[in-house]
Design a protein around this ligand. Structure first.
Ligand SMILES: Cc1ncc(COP(=O)(O)O)c(C=O)c1O
Length: 387
């Protein structure tokens, strides 16, 4: 694991000269190579025609699959490029051939968009059960084991929730789901770009990630991993000439691998930029990134713990780069707005319905400060001073 050259990565990040960016769990600051590749492609589209440049620069469009395959330890044709993790996760959910009476187990850390998908399934007669938590907020493996039976068709887990530092034991969940013969859908939206992810180790059949957060890609970019040897799946709900080939008046043949989840029209320049963003993260190294992010987040928690009115709300388990807290007697919305006026970017997390919120001991909005490897200890000092 090599040391990250912080001066170099900051020099590569135009936003570092403008703001103290602690909203990497919302959307991070893209580095110059990502910006340049995206803008360059957009300009080429304007000069030469979008379809023409897409067909002459196929290698650029394939970078996202090639780099994504290295990032996740899978094959390039097991990846679909989609506009958001929500699209990716729901495409996976809807490809499972559920029947009334089937069961789905899900972690309490699921993102709101995932929960909406689960509510719809419930309305269609599928039983949904939440995996109990340990006292540190992590999904309980013992609790999961007790819930697993032959009716469980799918286990859903979120690696790192949107609303706190928690990291779920997702490889162990994958092992238990696999042993029980259930499919496993992993939401790695907040962990991608923060820590290493290898689909074989995680044991997942589907995995959703987004581009704009810790991977530092452009907005409107995401990947769905779908294991190539899955059988008995439903055809994607939305299809066009990229997802399938029209073979006869009333017949089609699905495209190979995960390409079936894609449609033709997409933000192609952002796709190129996303590929470059993944390559950038791989060059720095996910283990180095993970160490730096965890150290900075711990360091921020230590600083915040000494502020008299600040109440940290992250629980005790393994932590990510997301730090949540509130300031006694102040609304979190007002604090986030005031910090923003001081050039410090954070965000607000709303309280969730009680069953789904690992931070549920606090019935108010929280402030979310999410660090990345390009942040510095000096920035943390300045942010806490502004607070
Ligand atoms: C844990 C988690 N899952 C899924 C999503 C949805 O990602 P997207 O906005 O790319 O659909 C988010 C977004 O914040 C998230 O935090």
């Amino acid at each position: 694991m090599s040391e990250i050259d912080i001066d170099a990565v900051r020099a590569d990040t135009p936003g570092c000269g403008e703001v103290i960016h602690l909203n990497n769990a919302g959307a991070s600051l893209p580095p110059t190579p990502v910006l340049s590749a995206t803008i360059d492609f957009l300009e080429a589209e304007a000069r030469t025609g979008s379809y023409e440049v897409a067909s002459s620069r196929v290698e650029d469009l394939n970078r996202v699959y090639d780099a994504g395959a290295v990032l996740l330890g899978c094959q390039a044709n097991e990846l679909a490029y989609l506009p958001s993790a929500t699209h990716a996760w729901n495409a996976a959910l809807r490809s499972v051939a559920f029947e009334p009476g089937d069961r789905v187990l899900a972690t309490t850390s699921e993102y709101v968009a995932n929960v909406y998908g689960l509510i719809q399934l419930q309305d269609e007669g599928v039983d949904i059960d939440l995996i109990p938590e340990e006292s540190d907020g992590q999904a309980s493996l013992e609790g999961l084991e007790k819930l697993l039976d032959e009716r469980v068709k799918l286990v859903c887990a979120t690696h790192v929730p949107t609303s706190g530092g928690l990291v779920n034991p997702v490889a162990e969940i994958g092992r238990l789901a696999g042993e029980a013969g259930a499919l496993y859908l992993l939401d790695a939206t907040q962990s991608a770009g923060q820590m290493s992810l290898a689909v074989d180790e995680l044991g997942c059949d589907f995995l959703a990630i987004t581009g704009r957060k810790f991977l530092r890609g452009p907005r409107g970019t995401a990947l769905l991993y779908a294991r190539s040897d899955l059988e008995g799946l439903r055809d994607p709900l939305i299809m066009d000439g990229r997802s399938a080939r029209w073979t006869d008046d009333w017949a089609y043949e699905l495209s190979e691998g995960a390409r079936r989840y894609e449609t033709f029209e997409t933000n192609v320049a952002a796709k190129v930029g996303f590929g470059v963003a993944i390559e950038y993260a791989l060059r720095i190294g996910l283990d180095s990134i993970s160490k730096r992010v965890t150290d900075l987040a711990d360091s921020l928690r230590t600083r915040l713990a000494t502020s008299p009115l600040v109440r940290l709300t992250d629980l005790d388990g393994p932590q990510s780069g997301i730090v949540t807290f509130y300031v006694e007697g102040r609304s979190s919305e007002a604090v986030v707005a005031a910090l923003r006026a001081w050039g410090v970017n954070t965000s607000v997390v709303e309280p969730l319905p009680s069953g789904f919120d690992p931070q549920r001991r606090v019935a108010q909005s929280l402030i979310r400060a999410s660090v990345h490897y390009f942040n510095t200890e000096e920035e943390l000092d300045d942010a806490v001073a502004a607070l």
